[in-house]
Design a protein around this ligand. Structure first.
Ligand code: 5GP
Length: 216
């Protein structure tokens, strides 16, 4: 029996980047995608202190400044940035491995990192900016989370204004009023981007086969 010709159409993995000010819900959205096995989460390294609810290796790799600088100097980071006074960076190797296997990689990084990844891998990057429905709601979400000290929350709110101005640099924008609806929007973006002609590998052979098919 001949192999299904459709199965020979493959695709390159996407780099799906979500950015937003802290508290807009992007972390929940990225994690929901990963739970549905729609992508592999890029686990960043950071020098910020671990929050009580966070798990080493799952939310971040928590490292000290010296180790961070050593990784950066050895070119082990695809991108890095200083955010709210701490260093954050994306380890390069897992990204290369995931993309080569044809799976999508999901990133929860800021606009500075987004720029760097876009510059390095322009064909594979899809960017989504998540906005809160209002500033009041953003503040309430940060306070409800209650995992950061009040001065940290104040700093994040001040930075949120600067970060939100970056929405113009992104391919898509989701206003996260309702988490379920936002997640459906995110999945729609991913589905459409996966189907882009340029991302499909082996398509010309498939179409050639279609055209050569003999009908009885
Ligand atoms: P948080 O401390 O709330 O986990 O993250 C603070 C900010 O740092 C968020 O905007 C998050 O997207 C960003 N961030 C997390 N990891 C990285 C990373 O590896 N690189 C960059 N550039 N930003 C990151």
């Amino acid at each position: 029996m001949s192999q299904d010709p459709k199965s020979q159409v493959g695709r390159r993995g996407l780099i799906l980047i979500l950015s937003s000010p802290s508290g807009a819900g992007k972390t929940t959205l990225t994690r929901s995608l990963v739970e549905e096995r729609a992508g592999v989460l890029s686990v960043s390294v950071t020098t910020r202190p671990k929050r009580p609810s966070e798990i080493e290796g799952r939310h971040y790799h928590f490292i000290d400044v010296e180790e961070f600088k050593a990784m950066r100097d050895r070119d082990e980071l695809l991108e890095w940035a200083e955010v709210h006074g701490n260093f954050y960076g994306t380890p390069r190797k897992p990204v290369e491995k995931t993309l080569a296997s044809g799976q999508d990689m999901v990133f929860d990084i800021d606009y500075q990192g987004t720029r760097q990844v876009r510059q390095k891998l322009p064909d594979d990057v899809v960017t989504v900016f998540v906005l809160p429905p209002s500033f009041k709601e953003l503040k309430a979400r940060l306070e409800r989370r209650a995992e950061d000290a009040p001065d940290v929350i104040a700093k994040r709110l001040a930075n949120a204004r600067i970060e939100m101005e970056r929405w113009v640099e992104y391919d898509y924008v989701i206003v996260n009023e309702d988490l379920d609806r936002s997640f459906q929007s995110l999945k729609a973006i991913q589905t459409a981007e996966r189907l882009k002609r340029d991302r499909l590998v082996g398509l010309s052979d498939f179409v050639e086969g279609l055209l050569a098919e003999k009908l009885d």
